[in-house]
Design a protein around this ligand. Structure first.
Ligand SMILES: [Zn+2]
Length: 704
């Protein structure tokens, strides 16, 4: 292994546009924190930096929608995110933010140095401009009708209803979200970073020099490099962000992916005056290296951390480069991808409220199930199982039995070890304790956190087995030496477990220190594998449970909460369901995700809901999602266009009854006038189900 003087660990800057969910934790922050806590216990010179990423278009859009300033948006989420990290014991040396002055200065100076060195290409392109608001429009600021599904509120980069990715040019009737004006094309100048100039250097540095990187990371980088790199614009037209530090750059800011990774440098600057020790290259004797820079990220950030940022660092010069980027895959929830817009997520700030004192349980489950090599699934059932049958039944049980027996059979004091009566079972246990240290260490060094945690749990399992074999409670008074040996070793094993579990479950480790009445110092990694951690005759506290059982009702409540947050009780298939409506649901108070604000009876009474019978159904040409339905309302027949084509076979719908909103203003969809809207409910898999009367009744019947 290479020998480094010091370590600098970065964790991906969370975007200050929403709270943290457990996918973030499992992918980035828990692995980074385990690694850092382990290295700190080894007395390594290490710094752990992170902060909120507070620039970029989605934040300005949220600000616009909420009628507040971008600064207010980031202030709100920065506080929520920071608190979640603290509650989950993520032990950053600094949690900074990119709206800080020091960051603006650092990022601007970085850009200026590259500009002065002639490393950018200046290019003029045509982009959409809002003449009323007098500003260029990022793709997200342009809305219009989706050419694929007819959604009138599709964004310039994506239709959130049908999922098509779009460019602003494809939108029918484009309009500015700022002023509703029709955007016009205007010329604008930007600074491009010619990544292709660094292609051969990157191939050499990364593909040749870092074959040890995780397969998922290396593979993604290789395919980017094999496909060839191109110039990328490093500036944007916006007023929110780091201003481009050039005289002719009014209204232009640095591209958020240019400024965000520089945030690692600014955070280190803010943390210590010695920041250069961690970031700048130095001349050292052969074999000895300066800083080992490691970026912990999720797989969606691989290209930015493995290709673009290293190329920036190389171009700027003088900085160390990442030595490893152990990116994780994604964590799914209950078999489905996490979606913040669909509110399909387990939010950290809600978890800590629902399970107070159980932060380590979440750390355990996420580490044991970390998506290290492929996407993994989080289920509440597995969460309960891992808590009840691993933390409670194995780890907690061993520690508790040891303390109970020590108080009962050894007077509450650490008994003596009588070497003369030790047997093979005792000696095997001692070997296991020593081996576990090596196994855990090797696994963590290789970023195999799941395996490392498994080894810790396995040692506790061996402790239980040892107790079961020795049965000290069955021994008679004359066997006191055997009883002493058993509990002496179980107590030394307990101290070892505290050291080994500390990187993973720091709060639990501290609870164990409390029980053993010892100080933090014992958690130094060099103590792992040792057998004289607790002195003979030392009196220890009465047993306290480390973990509590998690009941079926708690799990049921979480599953229901998750589903309730997602399922819209009545969804309109004909109305555009835009992402922004759904994203907002996550700002509602705990437990009410997905619910709409209270209305008065009069609001409801304005809806004319009626039973209708479907007379015919056919697909709309060139629109996969749309069905044209003729329906009978008893007093009249109507045409309704509905976005349900992916969920129903048209022929099966004929003769079925549905509930429609009969007094919805007519609208043209794909040139067909739609008169009303069919109600359907969406299940947890995103499949639509029609809402209809239990049995056939007269069409036209009112619904209330
Ligand atoms: Zn669409």
């Amino acid at each position: 292994m290479k020998d480094f003087k010091r370590y600098l660990i970065t964790a991906a800057l969370p975007y200050a546009n929403g709270p943290l969910h457990i996918g973030h934790m499992a992918g980035v922050y828990i692995p980074a924190d385990i690694y850092v806590r382990y290295k700190r216990a080894k007395k390594t010179d290490i710094k752990f930096v992170c902060g909120s990423d507070e620039h970029g278009v989605p934040i300005t859009i949220r600000a616009l929608k909420e009628g507040v300033s971008p600064q207010q948006v980031v202030n709100k989420y920065h506080a929520i995110i920071k608190e979640s990290f603290e509650q989950m014991s993520i032990s950053f040396d600094i949690y900074s933010r990119t709206s800080n002055k020091v960051h603006h200065e650092t990022a601007a100076a970085f850009f200026k140095k590259m500009y002065d060195d002639g490393l950018f290409e200046e290019k003029e392109t045509e982009q959409y401009y809002d003449e009323k608001a007098k500003t260029f429009l990022a793709d997200r600021y342009i809305m219009g009708t989706c050419p694929v599904c007819g959604n009138e509120n599709a964004y310039g980069d994506q239709c959130e209803r049908c999922g098509s990715s779009l460019s602003p040019e494809q939108l029918i009737n484009p309009r500015s979200t700022l002023s509703d004006a029709v955007p016009v094309k205007r010329k604008t100048k930007h600074w491009y970073f010619p990544l292709q100039n660094y292609e051969s250097w990157l191939k050499d540095w990364l593909l040749e020099g870092h074959k040890e990187w995780k397969n998922n990371v290396y593979g993604q980088c290789k395919s980017w490099l094999d496909n060839g790199l191109q110039s990328r614009a490093m500036t944007r037209d916006s007023n929110w962000g780091v201003k481009v530090p050039l005289p002719d750059a009014e209204g232009k800011v640095l591209y958020v992916w240019f400024d965000a990774p520089i945030g690692y440098i600014s955070a280190t600057k803010e943390l210590t005056d010695d920041w250069k020790d961690y970031w700048c290259k130095e001349d050292l004797p052969a074999g000895r290296q300066g800083t080992r820079l490691i970026h912990f990220i999720g797989k969606d950030n691989i290209v930015f951390h493995c290709i673009i940022f290293p190329a920036m660092l190389k171009a700027h010069g003088g900085f160390v480069l990442p030595d490893n980027v152990p990116a994780n895959e994604f964590l799914n929830i209950e078999g489905d991808k996490v979606s913040t817009s669909r509110n399909w997520a387990v939010w950290v700030n809600e978890y800590v409220k629902d399970f107070p004192g159980c932060e380590d349980v979440l750390r355990y489950v996420l580490a044991a199930n970390m998506p290290e090599t492929k996407d993994n699934d989080f289920t509440w059932k597995d969460f309960q199982d891992r808590n009840n049958s691993e933390l409670v039944a194995i780890f907690g049980n061993f520690v508790n039995r040891t303390f109970v027996l020590m108080h009962k059979l050894c007077g509450g004091k650490v008994p003596k070890l009588h070497e003369e009566v030790m047997d093979d079972i005792d000696k095997t246990l001692i070997e296991e304790i020593q081996n576990s240290k090596i196994k855990v260490e090797n696994a963590i060094e290789e970023f195999h956190f799941r395996d490392a945690l498994f080894e810790v749990m396995d040692l506790a399992r061996k402790g239980n087995k040892y107790l079961q074999e020795k049965e000290p409670w069955k021994k008679v008074t004359g066997d006191q030496q055997l009883i002493d040996n058993c509990l002496h070793l179980c107590l030394q094993l307990t101290a070892n477990l505290a050291i080994l579990i500390n990187p993973f479950l720091p709060t639990t480790a501290r609870k164990m220190l409390h029980l053993m009445k010892v100080v933090d110092k014992i958690l130094d990694w060099e103590n792992a594998g040792k057998l004289k951690l607790l002195s003979v005759g030392y009196s220890l506290r009465a047993p306290e449970l480390l973990f509590r059982k998690i009941e079926d009702e708690e799990i049921k409540a979480q599953v229901e909460k998750l589903r309730a947050g997602l399922v819209k009780p009545v969804t309109s298939s004909a109305l555009p369901v835009t992402g922004n409506q759904k994203t907002e649901t996550k700002n509602l108070p705990t437990g009410q995700a997905g619910q709409k604000p209270e209305i008065q009876y009069d609001d409801f009474a304005r809806l004319d809901l009626r039973v209708a019978t479907i007379l015919s159904a056919e697909k709309v040409v060139k629109a996969d999602k749309l069905l044209k339905l003729e329906i009978d309302l008893g007093f009249e027949k109507r045409t309704i266009v509905s976005g349900i084509a992916l969920h129903f076979n048209p022929a099966d719908l004929v003769g079925k009854q549905v509930i429609i909103v009969a007094n919805l203003a007519p609208r043209k969809i794909k040139g067909i006038e739609s008169n009303g809207m069919i109600l359907s409910a969406e299940d947890e898999n995103g499949k639509l189900h029609l809402v209809n009367p239990e049995q056939l009744i007269n069409p036209g019947a009112g619904v209330s």
